[in-house]
Design a protein around this ligand. Structure first.
Ligand code: AMO
Length: 435
């Protein structure tokens, strides 16, 4: 039986015979002996020493099974354990033109993503990602929220028509879902607090380091809540994920050279910064807004917060913050207006510190049928496409709210990687749909 590398790197195996399976990660052939760094299928690596005559055909990424005895040698890389190989079975001799080496352009690494996934950097990120998904799920289950699955082929826009992916649907037309929110809203009437993890699709035409065309969307919705309730859910969820990932993925975060001192400070409550205060701060720092036709002017009340504004607001922060009370004009049709402040939406975004910016968006939903119908029309949407959604306001409407969290945005902050494309195994962007 073959063993995983992390298991045999311990005193208990020294002197014992073991078999491991994996791929040749690095290779140094000398006259008598060859030094083979073998990577197993969980990314663990160990040096194996074999007589060169048995390893002569090996190349980087050849798949092998090696049997030998474990010994301890401080010169051995990756922890001082190695295997003195006796037998080797070669499953496949990899082509000598394996394209991934030490110095490659980002584009080549993306073109060859199916192979780049074998790098230890990507293995570390993939493991952190898996644990983040696991922790998100665990938090909702532990707190009594019910998991639901919404369709990803839909008829209506949620987050504006400009980023919709259109598709032919038999003889009709449909879209790829931008958010499960409207469906989650339908589910709270029979299931109470619900959550889902589904892919969301956005035809984002801008190339930025924080936008994907397909991302993993963790969304939640609950009846009878206030805005403050929704903020509390988000800060507890995010704090739990951060606290646990720092503990459970310490090795991978260290491999990525992520200094986790700031992550260790993440705990509720997060600052609630009124939108108007955010604008005052940005004005005092001279933040400019680029207008559609290219000219720039000083930011002012009523403007949405751009990537640059969010970076400016959070660059010196160590903990996430909420910006609360965005103008209705910059938020989608479903946002509920503050009854005491006309034009102000009961909506908030969570911004990650150190310049990372928005990772969640949420708030209360308009629950009045008349106001909702007006908003749908004034945004140029077709009320017929939302008739089922309006039913939720016709039959037993209740105050409710929720939020959406972009898993890749959260991962970008946790791993401190610059480009969001590195937080997903096969990224989709405007210029990339393969592999
Ligand atoms: P919003 O459009 O702000 O709101 O999206 C919610 C969160 O999803 C993430 N996100 C993205 N991540 C990667 N690439 C993208 N192109 C992208 N677009 C969004 C962000 C963002 O905060 N239904 C509402 C939320 C709600 O009110 O419940 C919505 O989808 O982390």
């Amino acid at each position: 039986m073959s063993l995983r590398v992390h298991k045999i790197k311990s005193q208990e195996f020294v002197g014992k015979e073991v078999t491991i399976r994996g791929w040749v990660h690095r290779l140094r052939k000398q006259k008598e002996n060859s030094f083979i760094l073998v990577r197993d299928d969980r990314g663990g690596v160990i040096q194996c020493v074999l007589p060169t005559e048995k390893a002569s055909s090996l190349t980087v990424e050849s798949s092998v099974e090696i049997t030998g005895s474990v010994s301890q040698d401080s010169r051995a890389p990756e922890g001082g354990f190695e295997i003195k190989g006796k037998d080797i079975k070669i499953y496949n001799v990899a082509g000598a033109d394996y394209p991934i080496g030490e110095f490659q352009s980002d584009e080549l690494l993306l073109d060859k993503r199916h192979l780049t996934l074998r790098t230890r950097r990507m293995i570390a990120i993939a493991k952190i990602r898996a644990t983040v998904l696991d922790l998100g799920r665990r938090w909702f289950i532990d707190n009594g929220w019910i998991e639901v699955t919404a369709p990803t082929i839909v008829k209506g826009a949620v987050e504006g028509g400009s980023t919709l992916f259109k598709l032919k649907y038999f003889d009709d037309e449909a879209y790829l879902s931008q958010s499960a929110q409207l469906y989650l809203e339908a589910m709270i009437f029979s299931l109470g607090p619900v959550w889902s993890l589904t892919p969301s699709f956005r035809a984002e035409k801008s190339r930025t380091v924080r936008h994907l065309a397909e991302f993993s969307h963790l969304e939640a919705e609950a009846p009878w809540v206030t805005l403050e309730d929704i903020l509390k859910v988000q800060e507890q969820l995010v704090s739990y994920v951060i606290r646990t990932i720092v503990r459970d993925r310490a090795e991978e975060l260290a491999y990525l050279k992520r200094d986790v001192s700031d992550l260790k400070q993440v705990e509720p409550p997060f600052e609630r910064m009124p939108y108007e205060k955010a604008i005052d701060i940005l004005r005092s720092r001279g933040v400019m807004v680029i207008e559609e036709y290219g000219s720039s002017r000083e930011i002012r009340s009523g403007d949405d917060l751009s990537i640059d504004s969010e970076r400016e607001l959070t660059k010196d922060a160590e903990r996430p913050m909420f910006v609360v009370g965005y103008p209705m004009a910059v938020k989608p049709f479903y946002v509920k207006e503050d009854g005491e402040r006309k034009g102000v939406g009961l909506a908030a975004d969570m911004l990650a510190p150190r310049g990372f910016g928005e990772i969640t968006s949420g708030g209360l939903r308009e629950d009045n049928i008349v106001s909702m119908t007006e908003r749908i029309k004034s945004e140029g949407l077709n009320p017929a496409a939302y008739d089922w959604y309006l039913d939720l306001r016709r039959y037993g409407s209740v105050p409710h709210g929720g939020f959406g969290l972009g898993i890749e945005r959260l991962l970008r902050w946790i791993t401190n990687v610059e480009d969001i494309k590195d937080t997903v195994l096969f990224p989709r962007t405007m210029s990339r749909v393969a592999p």
